[in-house]
Ligand binder design. Structure first.
Ligand SMILES: *[C@@H]1O[C@H](CO)[C@@H](O)[C@H](O)[C@H]1NC(C)=O
Ligand SMILES: *[C@@H]1O[C@H](CO)[C@@H](O)[C@H](O)[C@H]1NC(C)=O
Ligand SMILES: *[C@@H]1O[C@H](CO)[C@@H](O)[C@H](O)[C@H]1NC(C)=O
Ligand SMILES: *[C@@H]1O[C@H](CO)[C@@H](O)[C@H](O)[C@H]1NC(C)=O
Length: 929
């Protein structure tokens, strides 16, 4: 690894030292039994006593040995995970990113995998094939057709297996809730092999993951590294990679190089909320634990010093000081554990850095680490060297300690020479889309080589497995062949090999076809600088102007007016003049330009309709886990907690709206010009409202775009009341009389009933209820499903009933039982939920679940465009988050012609940057540059 910012001490350099230490001890031991001088010292002891002493000396030497790759690792001729059925594979004509040379080496050529190892990369000599006795009969040849190949994706932070998908109480083994300090626990003891996530993560190219205990505890226990592929033994242990020898027996050969161990620590809000403690308590918890470990280590060292100086008399009747509860923390102090520390804020990071210096132990990686980019000099003070920093790309602001997280953190940290890792915290971010996190980091300015390293070599090194990565010789055959450039939007594996074994069924894969070249990175220099200056909270308010001349505009897309649709007005508009939030000239703008209007160069970019966001609590929730920042939940009448003072009135989201929030303004800056939000509740939710995310407050003219949109309820298998009870209540509301006026409008088919529903059987029941109601009342029931993960199972029935579907989980995941029958999308299935429903003739729209994700709507649209394999075009893609969505929610007014100006590159790629909103709603143009 050439790059200084990535300089990692080769693990192999440590090897000779430990080997030397061991050999010295062994030689001494042998001498002690054979040399006349030394044997005279020992001569009056029994053979048993001598054996006992030699055992102690070996153990003492082992306590000082440093972990590293197994001896002769790079001379292996077959993988330690080799099994009989592994067929050699020759991948021909690939563009191979090897991770070598600081992430800059790209080889064009072939790659040979044999007995679970990569035997040659780039140029595979014929002589090698002969040498290995490989002929066309016993060699599988894969033509990559120039496609990109990378090492397997490595997830430094995953909870695959210790939880389960779907989530079930019977497999909730991520955390122990017994005490804050539990270094003796091991994630492997809860490793469930039936988690649906394994297959999904592999389909995203993930081959190796560190399985961490959760963050409920200050010290949650030991972590393990695993390869995700199924094994013939089907046991959790057989999936582990280089587990410590002690995992499988108390007696092992102490002359072996120790293997890396792994452990999780967590500070901040999670342990505080679980144990009702504060950061002050956490600080003491850590210090008390390390003090215990330090005493044990010192006792061991004293014991060994006496043994090694031959003071056996002092040791008679004593045994080597050991304590199974604390031995792993002693290994941390001995520098033999790759420690992963979950820590967000400067206050927490500072506490851990002080702890490392007080007790002198290294940290391999800080995780989540929302504020690390603000304190790079502090990180460098960590004892033993600067840890790697493991981040999300854009999942921020859900809790206070994540509030200052920034999309620019990867770039800022790398500019300080700190190693950056993108991680999933699966299932928090679905591990399947870990590469997508790296692609986002690149979009926001992380160097492309570092972005690819951030999910391959850098995490592999942070877990002590760097020796197995593609960048060095003799390594594991874990590779991925990608459908497009790995940093482009929706790049998808066409094949994944783990230990040389293909993991995807060799069907005719439909995968996302994107560009084979690196997306053009936009210029976020000013935003990045402001983020650091303002400690993560840069002002996000736009600069409003009356008139602007947008120069160098390529495509111009607008809403077609009337009923629905988005149309392309011009393929090469040239100049577009706007005034008071409206387009006043296209191309012929010389008169307009004569005025003193501001000019903004779009550098070949596009002007397109602003998108509409639905599904999250935008505008009624600022920091989800901080009740004082939110509108709060709606009472659930089925739980018997509906206050009588409400008099049966339904809650209106409009009454709780808060403007100027960070998710809202970031959404606006991401091209969202209308947010439609429903009150958040289980079962009865209330009436949604549509508003402009760019307005400063509710009294700005046209801040409210749609006072009342639809009536929302949720029917879920996860609610306190049963599904049939919820349906009975819904039936009663429909067939009954009275109640809020909105109910009367729903009964008359004037207002749309939107039901949050995931499960296909519940959807079928709702379709039957619709039929029943319509037969009974003679009125039409306008019905829309939101969420609808399993809707593909009855796509045709939904289409026939004229029910719209809003897909809110655009990247499907079987999180709960009621969502388990996902349509996984390429490369697992040909169709995605969106394309399957579109093909059945359903009006389909997309929404979101999390507020932070509103800004990414455009990339979600792009995702469907790319993964549809040509089934949908750009205007249909745009309609998913505009006209189709408004239709699904029953919006009856003609929506304002709010447009978004994108600078440079493709809107549906990690390229173009939003530089302004031309807001007919607000009668102005808002610039972000
Ligand atoms: C490799 O693939 C590229 C892209 O499909 C193709 O243009 C080229 O001819 C191929 N080269 C060989 C040697 O097959
Ligand atoms: C565990 O130990 C047993 C008994 O020594 C041995 O047969 C087995 O191969 C070991 N398994 C692993 C995974 O090391
Ligand atoms: C428009 O932008 C493109 C892309 O940056 C550039 O190549 C071209 O020269 C620009 N044209 C004008 C007239 O500025
Ligand atoms: C508010 O919207 C109406 C149309 O819905 C428009 O006529 C009016 O100009 C808008 N107000 C501003 C300040 O743009």
């Amino acid at each position: 690894m050439g790059s200084s910012s990535l300089a990692v001490r080769p693990t192999s350099r440590r090897l000779p030292r430990s080997v030397l230490l061991l050999t010295t001890t062994l030689v001494l031991l042998i001498l002690s039994q054979s040399s006349p001088f030394i044997s005279s010292v020992f001569s009056h002891h029994s053979p048993q006593e001598l054996a006992h002493r030699s055992q102690i000396l070996t153990k003492c030497a082992y306590t000082r040995a440093k972990p590293g790759p197994p001896l002769h690792f790079h001379a292996r001729t077959q993988s330690d995970r080799y099994t009989e059925n592994m067929k050699p594979v020759l991948v021909r004509n690939a563009t191979i990113w090897t991770a070598a040379n600081g992430g800059h080496e790209v080889l064009t050529g072939d790659l040979l995998m044999h007995r679970g190892l990569i035997k040659a990369v780039g140029n595979v000599p014929l002589t090698l094939l002969d040498e290995l006795e490989l002929e066309s009969t016993n060699l599988e040849v894969v033509d990559a057709n120039g496609a990109w190949v990378t090492p397997g994706i490595v997830d430094l932070h995953s909870h695959i297996g210790v939880g389960s998908a779907p989530e079930l109480n019977g497999a909730a083994d991520t955390n122990s809730f017994k005490a804050p300090i539990l270094p003796w626990l091991r994630s492997v003891d809860g490793l469930n092999t039936h988690d649906a996530s394994y297959e999904l993560a592999i389909a995203g190219g993930v081959t190796t993951a560190q399985i961490l205990p959760g963050s409920a505890n200050n010290i949650g226990g030991q972590a393990f590294i695993m390869k995700l592929r199924p094994t013939t033994e089907r046991s959790p242990s057989s999936m582990l990679l280089e587990p410590p020898y002690t995992l499988n027996g108390s007696h092992f050969d102490h002359s072996l190089t120790p293997r890396w161990r792994h452990m999780k620590h967590a500070c901040g809000e999670n342990p505080s909320s679980v144990y009702g403690i504060t950061r002050l308590d956490s600080g003491w918890n850590f210090r008390a634990a390390y003090d215990t470990a330090r005493k044990l280590r010192d006792a061991q060292d004293d014991f060994c010093a006496k043994a090694e100086s031959g003071s056996w008399d002092d040791l008679s009747e004593k045994s080597f000081p050991e304590d199974l509860q604390w031995e792993s923390l002693v290994d941390v102090l001995r520098g033999r554990v790759k420690l992963s520390v979950h820590c967000y804020e400067a206050v927490d990071l500072d506490g851990i850095v002080r702890l490392t210096n007080e007790f002198e132990f290294p940290v391999a990686s800080f995780h989540h680490a929302g504020e690390t980019y603000l304190v790079p000099e502090l990180l460098k003070k960590t004892w033993g060297g600067t840890p790697a920093i493991a981040l999300f790309a854009s999942n921020f602001r859900k809790k206070r300690e994540a509030y200052r997280g920034s999309e620019f953190a990867p770039r800022v940290l790398s500019e300080h020479g700190i190693n950056v890792v993108m991680k999933s915290d699966h299932p928090v971010v679905n591990s399947r889309y870990l590469l997508h996190e790296a692609a986002q980091a690149h979009y926001y300015g992380l160097d492309p080589a570092l972005a690819l390293l951030s999910v391959t070599y850098t995490p592999a090194t942070a877990m002590g497995m760097g020796h197995r990565d593609l960048s060095v010789g003799g390594i594991d055959a874990d590779i991925v062949i990608w459908s497009s450039h790995p940093l482009s939007l929706a790049s998808t594996p066409t094949q994944v090999y783990i230990d040389g074994i293909p993991q995807l069924s060799p069907l005719d894969h439909y995968v996302a076809k994107g560009p084979s070249t690196l997306p053009h990175m936009p210029d976020f220099d000013a935003e990045k600088a402001a983020t650091v200056v303002h400690e993560g909270l840069p002002p996000l308010e736009p600069r409003s102007v009356k008139g602007v001349l947008f120069a160098n505009v390529s495509g111009l897309y607008t809403r077609s007016g009337g009923s629905s649709g988005v149309v392309q007005v011009s393929e090469n508009a040239g100049a577009v003049g706007v005034e008071n939030g409206r387009v006043v000239c296209i191309d012929q703008c010389s008169d307009f330009a004569e005025g003193s209007v501001e000019m903004v160069d779009l550098e070949g970019g596009t002007i397109a309709p602003g998108l509409t966001s639905f599904g999250a609590s935008l505008g009624i929730s600022e920091i989800r886990l901080e009740p004082s920042t939110n509108d709060g939940r709606v009472h659930n009448p089925l739980d018997g907690d509906l206050p009588s003072v409400l008099g049966g009135k339904v809650i209106r989201a409009q009454d709780g709206l808060m403007f100027g929030g960070r998710n809202l303004l970031l959404a606006y800056r991401g091209g969202i010009t209308t947010a439609i939000t429903a009150p958040s509740g289980t079962f009865l939710q209330g009436i949604s409202s549509g508003f402009s995310p760019g307005a400063a407050h509710a009294r700005v003219e046209n801040a409210s775009i749609l006072d009342e949109v639809a009536f929302h309820v949720a029917v879920s298998m996860n609610a306190k009341a049963g599904v049939s009870t919820q349906i009975a209540a819904l039936r009663n509301m429909l067939f009954g009389e009275g109640g809020d006026e909105v109910l009367r409008r729903v009964r008359k088919g004037e207002t749309t009933l939107v039901v949050d529903v995931e499960n296909a059987d519940i959807m079928a029941t709702l379709l039957r209820l619709k039929d029943e109601y319509e037969a009974h009342s003679g009125e039409k029931l306008r019905l829309t499903f939101s969420g609808a993960t399993e809707a593909h199972l009855l796509a045709h029935e939904i289409a026939r009933a004229g029910v719209s579907v809003i897909v809110t989980q655009s990247k499907p995941f079987p999180e709960t039982w009621e969502q388990q029958r996902i349509l996984a999308g390429p490369p697992i299935t040909h169709e995605s939920l969106v394309t399957a429903l579109l093909k059945a003739g359903v009006n389909v729209a997309i929404g979101i679940v999390d507020e932070y994700n509103a800004r990414n709507t455009r990339f979600e649209v792009g995702w469907f465009l790319r993964t549809s394999n040509g089934a949908i075009g750009r205007t249909t893609a745009l309609a998913l988050a505009t006209t189709n969505l408004e239709k699904a929610l029953g919006v009856q007014r003609e929506m304002p012609q709010d447009l978004v100006a994108f600078r440079g590159g493709d809107v549906f790629e990690f390229e173009a940057k939003v530089v302004g909103v031309i807001s007919e709603t607000l009668g102005r143009t808002d610039l972000f540059v």
